[in-house]
Design a protein around this ligand. Structure first.
Ligand SMILES: C[S@@+](CC[C@H](N)C(=O)[O-])C[C@H]1O[C@@H](n2cnc3c(N)ncnc32)[C@H](O)[C@@H]1O
Ligand code: SF4
Length: 406
């Protein structure tokens, strides 16, 4: 392992990585994340690294963005010299990747294939806002080799969509799922948010029912988080909107889990349900299982063999660094074995497979029977030497980890 450095050290200007980190590349799956930092409008709750055209002005052209990303991709190929496995997953996230022409996404996919190779069963996903896609767009994505789309539905209820500042009309996400299926996409995800101000239990049930009826094979359901600096946080601080209530969020989670389970979905990560193992998102599994990925784009995070780094956030600075032949990385940290173990525990406990007791530090073993007694961990899994969270345990996953490692 490389020696541990304090968090957030400046990375080398050429982005090179220590040899011990590169040596781990052949041992684990490798994926590529592509961040697209553009949105037509900003939703009041969202603090992702994304910009509207008005926020960016003429300084960044969406039309030239794919070419800038390709510069970082060539840097990646240079830095990851030697034995890199072919990419097994590619994920375009945002922002709204689908504000770019499908041909630009296709160009990036092609170049990743040319530089790194793709596994035969490569998973290629893009996030998509419902109002930004058409049947023709989906068809071009399929032609480019995309295998999966993840559509931001959030809610089926007009009032809730309005509180969330969403641009699409009710019903459009369901139409988009049908269009994706018609274009040949077998794997379609719908993202939902619960706990928005004034959302009732009946509203949430209507959203779950509409999502299921649309026929996706994957659903992600997230509790609304009031992120600092967002319009939502200001409205909550001024008393214009009520903050989400923890007890209500817990009830909504249970409602989601029960409704989705009845409809044939199985949870495989705290916020993710899939109709079958083949419908699970393999790219997210890279993050959860300490594998290697390169994140392209402003603010994107990467991880290779215990070295984690992240790019400068602003698209103008990002492009300027690449154009001057420098790495766009802003800072990096080297994780020692213990830090990597802690991360594996924090992320692994959120998975249906749970954690093997072998991965849990010995001095924490005595705390596990108590988790079972409190109804937080599954007794049968415990008998088999694993910690698997119950529905109640999933609600308290962060507290369980704190208890286990504290
Ligand atoms: C980065 S967004 C990109 C997806 C796409 N732009 C869209 O909005 O449809 C991915 C997902 O994160 C979730 N999300 C973003 N901000 C959130 C927040 N503050 N609380 C809960 N979920 C959030 C939403 O469900 C969203 O679909
Ligand atoms: S939720 Fe999606 S569409 Fe809304 S601002 Fe965030 S990234 Fe953009």
């Amino acid at each position: 392992m490389p020696p541990a450095l304090p968090a957030g050290d400046p990375p080398p200007r050429d982005g090179r990585l220590p040899n011990p980190a590169l040596d781990e590349l052949p041992e684990r799956p490798f994926g590529v994340y592509v961040h697209v930092p553009f949105c037509a409008a900003r939703c009041g709750y969202c603090d992702f690294n994304t910009y509207t055209a008005a926020e960016l002005g003429p300084s960044v052209s969406r039309g030239g963005y794919a070419d800038t990303v390709l510069m970082e991709l060539h840097l990646a190929r240079h830095v990851l010299r030697g034995d890199v496995p072919p990419a097994s997953t590619i994920f375009f996230g945002g922002g709204t990747p689908t504000v770019l022409p499908a041909d630009h996404l296709a160009l990036v996919v092609r170049e990743i294939g040319d530089l790194f190779g793709l596994t035969e069963d490569v998973e290629i996903t893009t996030e998509a806002n419902p109002e930004s896609v058409t049947p023709g767009y989906f068809a071009r994505l399929r032609d480019a080799g995309f295998t999966r789309v993840s559509i931001g539905m959030q809610s089926a209820v007009p009032r809730v969509l309005e509180v969330l500042d969403r641009q699409h009309s009710p019903g459009r996400p369901e139409e988009a799922v049908a269009e994706a299926h018609a274009a040949g996409f077998e794997h379609v995800n719908l993202d939902l948010i619960y706990g928005a101000p004034y959302e009732t239990e009946t509203d949430w049930q209507a959203s779950l029912d509409a999502a299921i009826a649309a026929g996706p094979d994957h659903v992600s359901a997230y509790a609304l988080v009031v992120e600092q600096g967002t319009a939502l946080a200001r409205q909550v601080a001024q008393g214009v909107l009520p903050a989400p209530d923890d007890d209500v969020l817990a009830d909504r989670y249970a409602q989601a889990d029960e409704t989705l389970s009845r409809a044939g979905f199985q949870w495989y990560e705290v916020s993710n349900w899939a109709r079958s193992p083949a419908a699970r998102c393999r790219h997210n599994a890279l993050y959860w299982q300490d594998a290697n990925w390169w994140g392209l784009g402003p603010g994107a995070h990467s991880h290779v063999g215990g070295v984690r780094w992240w790019n400068v956030k602003h698209p103008v600075r990002y492009a300027a660094l690449l154009e001057s032949g420098r790495s766009p990385a802003a800072a990096r940290e080297l994780l020692d074995d213990n830090a990597r173990l802690m991360e594996r525990i924090m992320l692994g406990i959120r998975l249906r497979e749970g954690l093997s007791m072998i991965d849990v530090p010995r001095d924490s073993h005595e705390k596990v029977p108590q988790l079972v007694t409190w109804g937080l961990a599954d007794p049968d899994a415990f008998d088999g030497g694993r910690i698997v969270l119950t529905q109640r345990g999933r609600l308290l996953a962060d507290a369980v980890v704190r208890d286990l490692l504290g």
